[in-house]
Ligand binder design. Sequence first.
Ligand SMILES: [Zn+2]
Length: 352
Amino acid sequence: MEFEKFRTMQFPRDIYVGHGVLSQIKNIAKRNIREGTVVIITGENTIKLAGNEVSNHLSDASIDNHIIVTGGATYENLESCISQSKEFNAGLMVGVGGGSKIDLAKKIAYILNIPFVSVPTTPSHDGIASPRASIKKDGWSVSEQAAMPVSIIADTSIMVKVPFKYLAAGAADVISNETAILDWKLANRIKGEEFSSSAAAIAEYAAKELIEKAHLILPGVEESVWLVVKQILASGTSMAIASSSRPASGSEHLIAHNLENLTPGKAIHGEQCAIGSVVSMFLHGGDWKSLVSTYSKFGLSVKAKDYGIPEDLMIEAVRTAHRIRKERYTILGEVDLSREASQNALYITGIL
Ligand SMILES: [Zn+2]
């Protein structure tokens, strides 16, 4: 048989992480813009944290730029941002914010086919370094293909200012790679899905680093932000190698996304992933207790009641999670879990 394998990988060209790296935006803009202006997508709060500063750095370097202040990652906001970006003749998109502004900017860049620069203001999830975006349609969030950032500017002096729960959530998003890898290996055994050992090794390494150093993830300490962000970026690299979110997103993410849809705004993404990973680890027959104890080292609870998640919706979130992304085979299988099995997993692990 002829050799027909191929794979494409997209990586960010420049990654700046550390204290005060925000000023690098002017060099990055110069390197990546071919024509048009720089459009900055940001929010009401994040404009004060970093949006204005990004704009000032660009203006100082005489780079034409416009700020769009927007709300959540919904289709309405996406459409309005796209038409404004077109009016501004956008040649480079910069997303400045937490999850939703980054998601909007990377989706706009993908649609307009222009480069995207990720400027996260929170270290709360691994979406800052991935080509996937969650955009809400009719209140239901779907993970879709978007642009891979050509550059990431992760300024720890900015990220240390946000509430600690965002850092804890970011760490949990990375630690939950543990169950994502188990699911990937399972899909390889059961479905013959292609498995990349190098991508898995990096995703696993990122998780292990944070498990080992969980006691060093502390509030108000810039070094802790540095610790977590480095592994968020490593997680992003694993996804780039796999050309898929597989190494960092398995059954725990299906549960997390289902939870977000059923109980929007109760817990943030990384917290939902933490809960999901404990359930998944239990279902895999793995050491879920050590996951719970790791999360507790940086004050992250996996109890549904601590987030105001009602018991019946928590059970439902686990029971029907496999429906979120049918082609992603995981320990959750291809049919709904029984109510008893979901309940059992949640009671035994102390989530309920
Ligand atoms: Zn995630």
